[in-house]
Each structure stands twice: as C-alpha cells, then as structure tokens.
Write a protein that binds this ligand. Sequence first.
Ligand code: DQA
Length: 138
Amino acid sequence: MKRIQIINGPNLNLLGKREPGVYGSQSFDEYLTTLKAIFPQMTIDYFQSNSEGELIDRIQEAGFVADGIVLNAGAYTHTSIAIADAIRAVQAPVIEVHISNVFSRESFRHHSYLSAVCKGSISGFGLDSYRLALASFE
Ligand code: DQA
C-alpha cells in the first residue's frame, strides 16, 4: 500500500466557491472521496494550510514517511524559496500540481520556484491534475 500525501496551499480551502470559472465548482473534500475511490490501493493523506510555515512543516513530516507528495502550493509556488528548500531537503518525490494552466494566465504565474526541485509538474487539467499526479505514483 503506497502512502501519498496531498498538500494544498493558500486559498485552496475555498475550492468550489473561489473563482469557479478558473478553479471549478467542486470542493476538494468532495473530490478527495473520488480520488480515494480511484486509488483504493493507496493511503491518501490530505492537508491544507494558508500558512507557509505549516506547509513546510508538513512537507518535512511527510517527506520522510510518505512514498510521494502531491503539492499545490497555490501562490507560494511563485514566491517561496523556503518551500523549494523543504522539497529539496526531504526524501519523498514531490509532484507540483496546478488546477489552472498557469502559463495561460498572468506572467507572474509563469515562474515557479518549485518546478526545478519537483519530480514533475502538472498544470491545467482542473481537479484532474491531482489524479494525474497520483497515477504517476502507481
Ligand atoms: C494555482 C495557481 C496559482 O497561480 C494560484 O495562486 C493558486 C492556484 C492552481 O492550482 O491553478 O492559488 O496553484
């Protein structure tokens, strides 16, 4: 049984309510039920925080016990050297995920501090981006 940690960053607790034209109308809790049904052979842990430090704490904790981390760091993707350093520090491979296609949006979303230290990046498939990331750990 593989253990995968999903980590969502700031404002992703508002999925379903937040800019539905960009992020869809489904809450993450609802989608998580679907993900768990698609991957019954995985133990999927979920954590969300709006705080950079709490995201780093969870990357450090999961990074030495999980088989992989699926991380949507939200806007911290574009600002956080500290999260990049945390990813670099842990053993578990990290997949960077974005719901929207960040490259078709504002130019400040085109740069990620995380991409270079992640195993790979998935962007633009809506919530299905998370499924694609989990499938890479199968
Ligand atoms: C996001 C894209 C980021 O630019 C944005 O700040 C988010 C969500 C996405 O999933 O598309 O909060 O990571």
